[in-house]
Structure formats: structure tokens, C-alpha cells
Design a protein around this ligand. Structure first.
Ligand SMILES: [Zn+2]
Length: 746
């Protein structure tokens, strides 16, 4: 086996280094060991079996429950030059036959199959005749009846251990609470496997919860200010709300599609397909949408209705930012949401324990929403992990102010008590601020001792305080669903002066929205999330050009744009500003196969921009400086330019070298110009120019440079088109080489 995992990572995927647990898992499985892998979505799970499957002898068989996911992964692998296929019910007989033929001939490194297929007797005997590299069981939590994704066929997969005892197996999942873990271990017979467990943290996701005042307007503002033109998911609780929100967003100019279980399968598939393939589409969905959606560039997940629990929240928001770039998990949450959630909790007298567990989950979620310190700490704490304040949630970025609110809390609680524990927050607040509403007069609540005692705080402040008291467990919502509030034991601790209460100061919504909008407008240009990284107009322009080219190529191939290159790769190009294939290989996500397929096109598009507007300073994507520097150094010593130079010495003409290497003349020239810049060739070796012609170009270049202009277009125009861009670039490289020498001598 000549290839190491790192070789495969770089040449096939174009990634420069492993992240997290990947390397450990890959080495263990490549060495023949069984592994059970818990990794959050977006942690790079699939590489953990794909790379060992490509390195080990034979075909890797991957069991996956979702056809869409299989298709997507096989598409991405094939595009990277890997030998992959899938077998499932969506194939025609002849297509399936073709896959089996390739399988029989040993022409596949990866085969994705549905769980029911692998258990068919006929298919099992096919497997027994083959060389098998490994078995991978994806979405392994489907074996557990605890979760909502239970698939009975998964139970039979335990048989793989008996039938193929010598073949390594790897099971993977992102869902990993205690009972599910135990189920995977025992039901799939993974007792001897090594367990790899990554934490639950998704550092690139920013958590934001805003108090709900005008739900969908808040959502619209969030999308327009932060995510114009980005892909995102909006979760709603019911089919009706999905349809409403979707129509409303479309009317407001945000292109959206609906997804819920009430739509027929064809429309659901069409929605999902469009979401995968198009850029900048918003999916408005119930939780029916999500599993198996492995789109890397979802930039936000928004909850307009609350999730069922913090587990569900973690899973649903985990669909954002799988490419590791910044993404937002945004939620608008209010008192009404608390009422709705409380309503669906099991009634008293239900199966023992269920009510208690559901109440715990409710408390955990409201605690998260009403937090006054780092949300990530609370979320991870729920999964048993500790974390520093993260610096990437709304509460870390804009800390809330708290004051001693013991007296205010006593007023709020005592108002509940004085009015008989039968009313909701809206009525209680009217009493506190002394409003003579009809119900207040009808119930005689203008006579109670708490009437009008709370005028020093706004309605908004009281609303926030009541939510805080519910999250704190001092108040509970009536289980009948009328929305009335009742005191608990904890409330009496405050009322009797045994406990103080820190009250969060609520910001007044209108004012806050306006300042935030202004800040955003100043901070961010039109490129949405990428605006944070793109520092100059040149970089923004490069990024837009790259996106257009990607869109065009994706359309031609009928593939999702991210399968051509992910956002992260385009960003890397816009910042690193590659000129040569070596430069391009240093960008994350550019491997050998994609270099050959797309490299020349992207380099040409970039070169045209450099010529017209200047190149600007190359720099690495923040956070990847070290990796890129290392790769670049290696690349500079690299093979391809060296090969071109050797052949050029031997053959003497650019056309001959281009033909020999099956590269475009454009690429060969770029290699040679690079060699001129290093002083390995003279300008006249590449272009037969007379000395006075060279002087003329040099003089023009110098005159623009002293004026601070680095773009080549003005130089080209000043020379009246007498010299090609490539000639000008070559002369420029010659000047650099002389300059470097002069510095060394000096
Ligand atoms: Zn935080």
C-alpha cells in the first residue's frame, strides 16, 4: 500500500490536513480494527470510512438509509475522481446490472447500499465472493428504538459480524445520547470496537435567540440584514405555518420553498432537490425535513417555532455550516411558545416517568432561551460537556445587563398570587402597570394590592421577567393549556426573601432593531457571510467572478454548485489569488482530479481579473495560515512547474510542451513566467523580444507602479495593445527576479 491517508486526503479531496478525530479513526480502520464513531454533523464523518475504503484492498460497502444522501455522496466522490457507485431502488434494472458488473470486476472502491438490499440472500452471496475492504454503517442510531429514526432493517446488520468476522466495520452517528449508544453497541455487536467520540461543539455556529415580538418580521430582518442570498432553513411547527411563512417570504422577495409531510412525495423531492442544487434558496419546513440533507453551505437555520428539546435543537441547527464557515442558528422565542410547548407535555397519570422527563426537557430549553450568560456553555452543559464562554453567541457578543431584580420578581409573583393563580402574563402585566382593561375591571383586579405598583418598568421588561421566572422554575404554566401561571416552591423562596433574583434588562425592540440594522449596513457589503473575509473591492470582485463561473459549470453538469467547489474553496481562491496550478493546489478543496477538470478555467478567469484590476496581496483564509504556508512551500518546490521547465529545455517550444503534457499553452506560459520570476529563465527564453521592446514594457510598468497602480490593464492600454498580457506579465516577472537579486547582493 503505497498511499497514506494524508496522500489520499490531499490528492482526492484537496484538503490539506485532517480535523478532529478523523486521522485516529482512519488509521484504526485502515489497520483492520472495528470503530464506533460519534461525531457531530459537519465534523467530516464520511472521510472516516471513505479513505480506508480507498486504501484497503477491495470494495468498501457503506450501508446508508437515505437514497438522496447516497446519490449526493456518490456524485461528490465521482467528481473527485474516486470509483464509487450506489445500489438502491431508484436505479433501473440495467443501471443496477451495470453497477454489479463493475463490482464483480473489482472496478469499485466504494459501494453505497440500502440496508434492505444488503440483507437480500442473492446480494449476500455476491458479497461473499468479493474482496471487501470494510463495512460502514452510516446513521447507526437507526438501530435504536429510542430515537425517531428507527429502521427495523438495521437490526439485521449484526449478521455482518458473523458472516465476515475478519472485515473491519465502522458505525457512525451524530446522535449519541446514552440509550442510543448502548443500543448501537449491543444490537450491532460492536462490543469489541474502539469508540471515538467527538464533542458536541460546533464552534462555527453562532447561537442567537431574540425575544419574539413580531415573529416573521424579525425573521425577514434577520435574513435581509445577515443572509441576503444565502441558503437557509426555517423551521415551523405545522404544515399551515410552513405554507404561510413560505408564501410571505416569497412575497417579500426571499425565494423560498415549502416542505412538510402533507405534500405529496413528488413535490417534497422537487423541493429538496432544488434546495440542494440552487444557491440562495430558503427552505421553510417542519422537522420532517432534515435527515439526510448533507448540504455543506447552509448558512443559517432559523426557528420561528421552538424545537422539541435541546437535543432536537442541536440536531436541527447542526445542519448549518457543515463546511466549517460561519453560520447562524437563530431563534425567535416568546411567552406564547412556552405555552404551546407546555401543552404537549404528557398529562398527569401518564406512563410513569414520561412526564418528568418531558418537563425536564422543557425546562432545559426554556433555560437556554432565557439565559443571561453564554448559550454554548448551557447547550454543551446539557450534553455533559464543559466549555469556556465562547465568544460566538449573542450573549457573549452583546452581554446582557442584569440588575438585582428581587423586588420586581416579588411584585410579579405576588401579582400571580393576589389574582388567584388563574391568569396569563398579559393580564398580570396589565394589573402591575395599572391598566383599566375590561378584564381587569370585570375581575375587580383594580382593587388588589399589586394594582399599579409596577409602573417603573415597561411592558416589555415585565414580559421578559415573567419568561425568566418560568425558565427559573419559579412559575409553572398550567398543563391544561390556558396559559395561566402558578407559583412553585421556588417562588416562595423569593417571596419570603430567602433568595435574590438577577433580572435581565430587556432592550426595547424598535430602538434595538434600528441600531443593529445600521451597524450591519456599515459592516457588511452585499456578499452576505463572505463579507467578513473579503477585505478589498478586488477580493469581493474575485469572489463574485468565481461564484458566477461555478454556477455556470454546475448548470452545465446538472450538479449542485458545491460539488464543483465549496464556498470555502472559492473563498480560498479569492484570498490566495492563485496564478499557477501549484498555487491552486494550495487552496483547500482543490485536489488532483478537480485541478485537471476545472483548474485552467478558474485560473484563466482569475488572470483576466488580475490583468484588469490588479492582483492585490495574496493571503490565507484566516485560521488556515499555517497549513497553507506549509503546502505552498511544498508546492513551490513542486513537480509540475519543474516538469514543464525540463520539457521546455528539451523541446524548446511552448506548443510542444503543452501537447506533451496535455495542458493548455496558457498553463505552460504561467509555469514559464513563474520560472522567469525565480531567475531560472530569461524573458527572452520565453518570448523572442528585442531589447528595446523589453525596455519599453519595463518603463511603462515602472511608471504605473510609481503611481501605485498594479493592474495590468492600464499598462496594456498604454502600450496600445502591442504586447499580450502574457508578455507583460513575463517582463514584470523578469523585473522581480532582478529586484530580488539586487536585494540579495545588497
Ligand atoms: Zn457564548
Amino acid at each position: 500500500m503505497s498511499q497514506t491517508p494524508l496522500d489520499v486526503l490531499r490528492s482526492v479531496y484537496g484538503y490539506k490536513s485532517f480535523v478532529g478525530l478523523q486521522e485516529g479513526v482512519i488509521n484504526h480502520v485502515t489497520g483492520g480494527g472495528d470503530a464506533l464513531v460519534f461525531m457531530p454533523t459537519g465534523g467530516g464523518k464520511s472521510l472516516c470510512y471513505q479513505i480506508p475504503a480507498m486504501i484497503r484492498q477491495g470494495v468498501g460497502v457503506i450501508v446508508s438509509p437515505l437514497i438522496a444522501l447516497m446519490r449526493d455522496q456518490v456524485g461528490a466522490l465521482t467528481r473527485n475522481g474516486a470509483r464509487a457507485a450506489c445500489l438502491n431502488s431508484s436505479l433501473s434494472t440495467s443501471e443496477a446490472w451495470e453497477v454489479e458488473r463493475r463490482l464483480g470486476r473489482g472496478e469499485l472502491d466504494l459501494l453505497y447500499v440500502a440496508p434492505e438490499r444488503i440483507m437480500m440472500p442473492g446480494f449476500m452471496s455476491v458479497l461473499e465472493r468479493l474482496d471487501i475492504a470494510l463495512f460502514a454503517i452510516d446513521e447507526a442510531h437507526c438501530v435504536s428504538q429510542w430515537g425517531h429514526d428507527f429502521r427495523p432493517e438495521y437490526l439485521q446488520l449484526a449478521v455482518l459480524k458473523e458472516k465476515f468476522p475478519q472485515i473491519p466495520r465502522i458505525a457512525l452517528t451524530a446522535t449519541a445520547d446514552g440509550p442510543t449508544r448502548a443500543d448501537i453497541l449491543t444490537r450491532l455487536h460492536f462490543q469489541d470496537a474502539r469508540i471515538f467520540s467527538a464533542g458536541f461543539d460546533r464552534p462555527n455556529i453562532r447561537y442567537i435567540v431574540v425575544p419574539k415580538n413580531r415573529g416573521r418580521e424579525q425573521l425577514l430582518e434577520f435574513i435581509e440584514n445577515e443572509h441576503k442570498g444565502d441558503s437557509g432553513i426555517v423551521y415551523r411547527m405545522s404544515r399551515k405555518k410552513v405554507e404561510e411563512t413560505c408564501q410571505w417570504l416569497n412575497a417579500k422577495g426571499i425565494e423560498s420553498l415549502p416542505y412538510h409531510a402533507g405534500l405529496d412525495k413528488r413535490s417534497r423531492d422537487a423541493s429538496q432537490d432544488a434546495f440542494m442544487r440552487k444557491e440562495g434558496l430558503v427552505m421553510v419546513a417542519t422537522v420532517a425535513f432534515g435527515m439526510g440533507v448533507d448540504k455543506p453551505d447552509v448558512r443559517f437555520v432559523a426557528h420561528l417555532d421552538p424545537p422539541k428539546s435541546l437535543e432536537a435543537y442541536h440536531q436541527e441547527t447542526g445542519r448549518a455550516g457543515r463546511d466549517g464557515l460561519p453560520a447562524d442558528a437563530w431563534m425567535s422565542f416568546g411567552m406564547g411558545d412556552m405555552m404551546v410547548m407546555r401543552k404537549i407535555i404528557a398529562p398527569d397519570g401518564d406512563a410513569a416517568g414520561r412526564k418528568r422527563i418531558e418537563l425536564q426537557k422543557f425546562n432545559a430549553l426554556t433555560g437556554f432561551c432565557e439565559a443571561i450568560s453564554c448559550r454554548r456553555q448551557i447547550l454543551l452543559g446539557y450534553f455533559g460537556e464543559t466549555h469556556e464562554p465562547c465568544g460566538n453567541c449573542d450573549l457573549c457578543l452583546n452581554p446582557v445587563e442584569t440588575v438585582d431584580g428581587t423586588v420586581a420578581a416579588q411584585m410579579a409573583l405576588s401579582c400571580v398570587f393576589r389574582t388567584g393563580q388563574r391568569f396569563g402574563a398579559a393580564h398580570l402585566i396589565n394589573v402591575l402597570i395599572g391598566k383599566h382593561t375590561k378584564p381587569v375591571l370585570q375581575w375587580g383586579h383594580d382593587e388588589v394590592s399589586t394594582f399599579g405598583i409596577g409602573q417603573e418598568h415597561s411592558i416589555n421588561q415585565w414580559r421578559g421577567l415573567y419568561r425568566q421566572l418560568i425558565a427559573d422554575g419559579s412559575l409553572e404554566i398550567d398543563p391544561e393549556g390556558f396559559g395561566s401561571l402558578r407559583l412553585t416552591q421556588r417562588a416562595w423562596e423569593i417571596l419570603k426573601g430567602g433568595r435574590t433574583f438577577a433580572m435581565r434588562l430587556e432592550s426595547e425592540p424598535e430602538k434595538k432593531e434600528r441600531t443593529r440594522k445600521r451597524e450591519r449596513r456599515e459592516r457588511k457589503p452585499k456578499t452576505g457571510w463572505a463579507g467578513e473575509f473579503l477585505q478589498t473591492p478586488e477580493e469581493t470582485r474575485l469572489f463574485d467572478v468565481l461564484r458566477d463561473l461555478r454556477r455556470k459549470l454546475a448548470e452545465e453538469e446538472g450538479a449542485p454548485p458545491y460539488q464543483v467547489f465549496q464556498d470555502k474553496t472559492l473563498l480560498g481562491m479569492a484570498l490566495l489569488k492563485p496564478r499557477t496550478e501549484e498555487d491552486l493546489l494550495a487552496v483547500t478543496g482543490v485536489g488532483q482530479s478537480k485541478l485537471e477538470k476545472y483548474g485552467a478555467l478558474f485560473l484563466e478567469a482569475l488572470a483576466a481579473q488580475y490583468d484588469e484590476h490588479g492582483r492585490g496581496e495574496p493571503r490565507a483564509v484566516p485560521g488556515e495560515e499555517k497549513v497553507e504556508a506549509e503546502v505552498r512551500k511544498k508546492a513551490e518546490r513542486g513537480e509540475t512547474a519543474r516538469k514543464t521547465l525540463e520539457l521546455f529545455h528539451a523541446l524548446g517550444s511552448v506548443e510542444a510542451v503543452a501537447a506533451e503534457r496535455a495542458l493548455t499553452p496558457h498553463t505552460i506560459y504561467s509555469h514559464l513566467i513563474q520560472a522567469v520570476g525565480k531567475g531560472e529563465l530569461a524573458v527572452t527564453d520565453v518570448f523572442p523580444l528585442a531589447p528595446d521592446a523589453i525596455r519599453r514594457v519595463e518603463k511603462t510598468l515602472a511608471s504605473f507602479k510609481t503611481r501605485g497602480i498594479t493592474a495590468l490593464k492600464p499598462v496594456f492600454e498604454a502600450l496600445e495593445g502591442a504586447f499580450d498580457y502574457e508578455v507583460i506579465r513575463c517582463v514584470q516577472s523578469g523585473m522581480w527576479a532582478r529586484g530580488k537579486k539586487a536585494v540579495k547582493r545588497g
